[in-house]
Design a protein around this ligand. Structure first.
Ligand SMILES: *Cc1c(COP(=O)(O)O)cnc(C)c1O
Length: 369
């Protein structure tokens, strides 16, 4: 027997950074502790200590199903962001929210518009609904919003904009976003993906939630996976109009966010000091990496997030060689950047390990400037 939707066999899939344990096993290292994982833009400081404490206390309550509506977390987020409770939804990572939004708007014959070097999950979400992808070339590694507006046609249903963008780390100016929002046609939903927004200084963070108020079908997505250091728990959230949130709730699994995740996220929101510490680590780390890559005469894309693209010659080969030196980074050939790797900013110690290993590879002729 064959499955009904045979086109599913041809879908691409997300290739995650390998867990440290798997790399250790493959390369025959006995100790996972010495491996630096700078591949998935996680927070090297770990979760907020307040979240860890809350989780330990909650462990004995895990026989209960979670609060299906993530009520307390939504309430806290709504207060924090000055929106209504009914304008907030919590997802199993913001990834789930991307999927749910795709379910609302996409089907065969429709399409999405995105930047060609923006987060790959948008493509996958469209493809899984047999929708087309209009990937618009970036300009100097930034979203080209004018070209994206041009690309919108009658069948376009969603425009995805990641700000800061992954894997480039670049951001848009508020005026650029404003001009885009004034011109984007009504038949298109706009999804702003702010997975890395907390990495920016508070005064530099653009106010995109205002656009949820300005017109229907605008979504702002954020996550606890990056600055909050809770990637393992899978908690993300979205802000949109009441009507849109209502519709998302129709396609949401009843217990989509696990209880431990809700408890940790609530506690993490009370730990602004941890986010500030993270921001400082990232700021100092970016400066250190920029300076080191400059000395090594390696081209970079200046970043506002907790990662950076650096041009090394053969990205895949350098990725593999670094892995043998116990540093895991991310090759980005999937983003049509085979000469580059993406490195996550870690602790000062991890960043030094990375640069040390890269300098060795340069001497060995594996990295070419
Ligand atoms: C990491 C990331 C996400 C999703 O993270 P979740 O863990 O699913 O919340 C979303 N968008 C971008 C651009 C990311 O890099």
């Amino acid at each position: 027997m064959q499955i009904e939707n045979e086109w599913i066999a041809d879908l691409g899939y997300y290739e995650p950074g390998k867990p440290i344990e798997e790399v250790a096993r493959e390369l025959g290292f006995d100790c996972v502790d010495e491996i630096c994982k700078l591949a998935s833009n996680e927070n090297s400081l770990g979760p907020s200590p307040l979240a860890v404490k809350a989780m330990k206390q909650a462990a004995e309550k895990m026989h209960f199903y979670p609060d299906g509506g993530s009520h307390y977390l939504r309430e806290k987020l709504a207060t924090r962001l000055r929106v209504h409770l009914e304008e907030v939804i919590v997802g199993n990572g913001s990834n789930e929210l991307l999927e749910m939004i795709a379910t609302l708007y996409l089907s065969k014959g429709k399409n999405i518009v995105m930047a060609d070097r923006a987060f790959v999950v948008y493509r996958l979400a469209a493809a899984a609904r047999q929708a087309g992808v209009k990937a618009v070339p970036m300009k100097a590694y930034r979203h080209d919003l004018d070209a994206m507006l041009e690309a919108i046609d009658e069948q376009t249903r969603i425009v995805f904009i990641a700000n800061p963008n992954n894997p480039t780390g670049t951001v848009l100016e508020p005026e650029e976003i404003d001009g885009f929002m004034r011109r984007v046609p009504d038949h298109v939903a706009v999804v702003f993906d702010e997975a890395y927004i907390e990495m920016m200084e508070p005064e530099d963070q653009p106010d995109l939630i205002q656009y949820v108020r300005s017109r229907p079908h605008v979504y702002v997505l954020r996550t606890f996976s990056k600055a909050y250091g809770l990637a393992g728990l899978r908690v993300g959230y979205g802000i949109a109009g009441k009507r849109e949130i209502e519709l998302l709730n129709r396609v949401r699994q009843p217990f989509n966010v696990n209880a431990m995740g809700q408890i940790a996220a609530l506690a993490a929101l009370d730990d602004e000091a941890h986010v500030e510490k993270t921001r400082l680590m990232v700021k100092e780390g970016l400066a250190f990496l920029e300076q080191s890559f400059g000395e090594m005469k390696l081209e970079i894309v200046p970043s506002r997030a907790n990662f950076m693209l650096v041009k090394v010659g053969e990205g895949r080969r350098v990725f593999e060689a670094l892995q043998r030196k116990k540093v895991i980074v991310r090759p980005v050939a999937g983003y049509a950047m085979p000469e580059w790797i993406r490195v996550t900013v870690g602790t000062a110690h991890e960043n030094k390990r990375l640069i040390h290993a890269m300098k060795e590879l340069m001497q060995e002729g594996v990295i070419l400037s």
